[in-house]
Design a binder for this molecule. Structure first.
Ligand SMILES: Nc1ncnc2c1ncn2[C@@H]1O[C@H](COP(=O)(O)OP(=O)(O)O)[C@@H](O)[C@H]1O
Ligand SMILES: O=C(OP(=O)(O)O)[C@H](O)COP(=O)(O)O
Length: 399
């Protein structure tokens, strides 16, 4: 097993009476101070509820946005405290400071089962620099550290990594689940194992493709990134989004797949339009029939049928990145079809964060997936096969 699977969890500790510093990822979208999607808050509730029930004195910490190391009211976590209190059905004290006397006083006032939320840790310039002195000040507030911030686990920051130099560090339930479900899929998948990779650019996901190609039985490529592969196969793709500097890389990946007996599936037809617009005229085009003035904005019906068949035959499926410009209805069919096919899989289905989560929610099939990651960048780095700094610094299980 890899390092990722040998960490300690809440099950390894007795939090009763302890001051427990819980690093969560409450980096939720907000408009004018109103939370527009609280998925990440809900995802952290199991850990918080468990610590409350087991008598911990719960100190919650998170970043919100990128306030550049300065206090900025627009990035205050105060609205998150209110939302947490609604869900937990108990008060959540909010401390306007995340270190120093005010934070210490708030922590000292906490009794067993009570909850405190600290202000945005990125109001300190030292947070993103993983400043040891700031890490020590966070650690001074607590007796135990719980990392439940999978979405920020790819960051080596003071509250996600540095703090573990001073406190025993275990994974929260969300972190544990993210690592267990995705780790099991990567290390010991039920086969056939299929990965579907889409989205805008090959450059963002080249390492993911390389790593997954070693592990999967089928790798399905869609979205804008497929165009670079089609170019590598010698097709003209008109005005489609392409990364010409990656054509040779794409060609090498196609060859690698051929040589290793893996099935790398690429589109065999496309939905093309002459404008990048929701109301653009569009048509189905074979690969050799894309005109100079056209751009590919979705996979075509034949491709959908082939991809659906591959997914239907699979026992483990990981998906990252839409198959087309799913935000526009006319170009959302490929993405919808993949979501539908995944919903019907009798096995493990994992959505690897980012836009694919928005896509799966848009089609109302989120409940039908085994796991939807709360991390975009973090899940990508995990799928690249990297050990995330926030995971690396967790206490090792001895057995
Ligand atoms: N054929 C295409 N041409 C241009 N953009 C595309 C195409 N297919 C998908 N996209 C866009 O890619 C974006 C998502 O890409 P990306 O950020 O890489 O995915 P994720 O967030 O899931 O990792 C979406 O906004 C989508 O509209
Ligand atoms: O929202 C996040 O990343 P994501 O959009 O890649 O999932 C995390 O909270 C990390 O935030 P950051 O990219 O500002 O470090």
């Amino acid at each position: 097993m890899s390092e990722n699977s040998s960490f300690q969890t809440l099950s390894d500790v007795n939090p009763r009476g302890l001051r427990v510093f819980v690093r969560a990822d409450f980096n939720v979208p907000m408009e004018h101070g109103v939370i527009t999607d609280d998925t990440r808050i809900r995802a952290a509730l199991p850990t918080i509820r468990e610590l409350v029930e087991r008598g911990g004195r719960v100190i919650l910490a998170s970043h919100l946005g990128r306030p550049k190391g300065r206090e900025d009211a627009a990035y205050s976590l105060a609205p998150v405290a209110a939302r947490l209190a609604d869900y937990l059905k108990q008060p959540v004290v909010f401390s306007k400071e995340s270190t120093g006397p005010e934070a210490e006083a708030a922590v000292n006032a906490l009794r067993e089962g009570e909850v405190l939320l600290l202000e945005n840790v990125r109001f300190h310039a030292g947070e993103e620099k993983n400043d040891p002195e700031l890490a020590e000040r966070f650690a001074a507030l607590a007796d135990l550290y719980v990392n439940d911030a999978f979405g920020a686990a790819h960051r080596a920051h003071a509250s996600t990594a540095g703090i573990t130099a001073h406190l025993r560090a275990v994974a929260g339930r969300l972190m544990e689940r993210e690592l267990r479900v995705m780790g099991a899929a990567l290390q010991n998948p039920e086969r056939p194992f299929t990965a579907i990779i889409g989205g805008a650019k090959v450059s963002d996901k080249i390492k993911v493709i390389e790593n997954l190609l070693e592990k999967v039985d089928f790798l399905l490529i869609g979205g804008g990134m497929a165009n670079t592969f089609l170019l590598a196969q010698g097709y003209a793709v008109g005005k489609s989004l392409v990364e010409t500097d990656l054509v040779s890389t794409a060609r090498a990946l196609i060859r690698k797949a051929e040589g290793s007996g893996k099935s790398l599936l690429l589109p065999t037809d496309l939905i093309v339009a002459t404008r990048f617009a929701a109301d653009a005229d569009h048509r189905v085009a074979a690969l050799d029939a894309v005109r100079e003035e056209e751009m590919a904005l979705d996979i075509g019906p034949e491709t959908i049928a082939r991809y659906r068949a591959a997914v239907a035959a699979s026992r483990t499926v990981i998906w990252n990145g839409p198959m087309g410009v799913f935000e526009m209805d006319a170009f959302s069919h490929g993405t919808r079809a993949i979501a539908q096919a995944m919903a019907e899989v009798a096995g493990t289905t994992i959505i690897g964060g980012g836009d694919s989560v928005a896509a799966i929610e848009k089609v109302g099939l989120a409940e039908r997936m085994t796991h939807i990651s709360t991390g975009g960048g973090a899940s990508l780095e995990f799928l690249e096969g990297r050990v995330l700094p926030g995971v690396e610094s967790l206490a090792r299980r001895s057995s």
